[in-house]
Design a protein around this ligand. Structure first.
Ligand code: NAD
Length: 419
């Protein structure tokens, strides 16, 4: 891939952040070359039959970025914007995310370029089964373990696990995480990413002297991550002033009733028609005055254009890749602290790891045990990031990449490079 392509791509944003940390680590050029190339990229066609009987063909992807620390691990995204570049970037980030919280996984990601809002449940099931069947040889509990991401749900994971199990002729719950509880899911997994966002945010707020009960929070995206982050912020006494989804943004100076917004979403599948706040544009929401801003939708939300107008004190990246490198520089100049995606949203993969462990043992933990282990693991590694940040006068993002790259490089060197 040329530099020109990387400059405009999502993967390119990731490479920019990687290079800053690689410089700090004085990583040699050979190691940089290895770590900026995905191990494996798979593209395939997914023919499927519409309920009308008509055939269509979608494109599926799975990128297994790195295996140095263990099997690949990462979600599956169903979205019209899915491309090889995006899936590669997401698999790249998974590599560093798993390393930053010290999980025994490499990085992977997958996706299907499709618009799930136009698909019936039966069509979604057929696409998922064909997607899983195409990957039978390369996924598995010790090879690559998918999970939910944008527009994929516990039900989608159940279909994936069932298809894989049918092909290998044995029950294999550990092939995916984020499954329903009844078939080997973990307690606490559904809320885990939002919970992790809140744990990291509250810890950093304490550093910045922002008391939760006086803090205002704005959240972009009201899906799995945004919704549970909003709920947990509200439970901790924070005022969630603004939320949004694809239908628009909703603002209430006195605080959104998060449970009412969740109920609205459960009934109508999105926030359209939600009466608990004034409707504003998604662009306005991002520049609203607040203490904590959580992007929890898609990539490239903060750019050189809108970053100067952002008024938050702390940005906690629930989504992957929401900040372009240009916006990141502006946040640094303006003194806005950013908890980077690879740390802030690592709660999801951490509880996915717990799910994988529980599936392999066939023994399931109490929710309180899951949540306690999650908090311990996130805070211990956030503490390590802060130590690197302080000793190198770096940002939390560069510190996170530094910690993660160092862990992956150590694993690679110990194993030796088969070249
Ligand atoms: P989701 O499909 O459950 O929700 C996505 C939300 O974003 C929806 O509310 C959608 O309407 C909204 N959205 C989409 N485009 C938007 C826009 N332009 N403006 C405002 N809102 C918009 O997905 P999710 O699982 O919550 O994932 C969200 C982000 O978090 C993604 O970047 C994903 O990679 C990341 N993430 C998810 C997990 C997980 O466990 N689900 C873990 C780590 C990171």
């Amino acid at each position: 891939m040329t530099t020109a392509v990387r400059e405009v791509s999502v993967f390119g944003d990731g490479i920019t952040y990687f290079n800053e940390a690689a410089d700090l680590l004085e990583l040699d050029s050979g190691m940089r070359r290895i770590l900026t190339h995905p191990s494996r990229q798979i593209i395939f066609s997914i023919p499927f039959q519409r309920d009308t009987g008509e055939f269509e063909v979608y494109t599926g992807y799975r990128v297994q970025y790195n295996f140095a620390r263990g099997p690949a691990k990462g979600g599956i995204r169903y979205h019209p914007g899915v491309t090889l570049d995006e899936v590669t970037a997401l698999a790249f980030w998974m590599t560093w995310k798993c390393a930053v919280v010290d999980l025994p996984f490499g990085g992977g990601k997958g996706g299907v370029t499709c618009d799930p809002s136009t698909l019936s449940a039966n069509e979604l099931e057929r696409i998922t089964r064909r997607y899983a069947a195409e990957l039978v040889e390369v996924v598995g509990p010790d090879k690559d373990v998918p999970a939910p991401d944008v527009n994929t749900t516990p039900q989608v994971m159940a279909w994936f696990m069932d298809t894989y199990s049918m092909h290998v002729r044995q029950n294999m719950p550990g092939v995916v995480t984020g499954k329903p509880l009844e078939i080997g899911g973990s307690r606490g997994r559904v809320e885990a990413t939002g919970r992790g966002v809140t744990i990291c945010a509250l810890d950093e707020m304490a550093q910045l002297g922002i008391a939760p009960e006086r803090a205002s929070v704005v959240i972009q995206g009201f899906g799995n991550v945004g919704m549970y982050a909003a709920k947990l912020f509200a439970e901790r006494g924070c005022k969630v002033k603004g939320i949004s989804d694809v239908t628009g943004a909703y603002y209430n100076e006195n605080g959104i009733d998060v449970l009412a917004a969740m109920e609205h979403t459960r009934l109508y599948h999105n926030l359209e028609g939600f009466k608990g706040g004034d409707k504003i544009s998604n662009a306005e929401l991002l520049t609203t005055e607040c203490d904590v801003l959580v992007p929890a939708a898609l990539e490239k939300v903060f750019t050189a254009e809108n970053a100067p107008k952002v008024k938050a004190k702390l940005i906690v990246e629930g989504a992957n890749g929401p900040t372009t490198p240009e916006a990141d520089r502006i946040f640094r100049q303006n003194g806005i602290v950013v908890i980077p995606d690879i740390m802030a949203n690592a709660g999801g993969v951490t509880v996915s790891y717990f799910e994988w462990v529980q599936d392999r043992m066939g023994y399931f933990w109490k929710e309180s045990e899951v949540n306690e282990r999650l908090e311990d693991l996130l805070l211990a590694n956030l503490g390590e990031l802060r130590a690197i940040k302080n000793s190198h006068n770096a940002t939390l993002r560069t510190a996170a990449y530094t910690l993660a790259i160092d862990r992956v490089v150590k694993a690679l060197k110990l194993r030796g490079i088969y070249a």
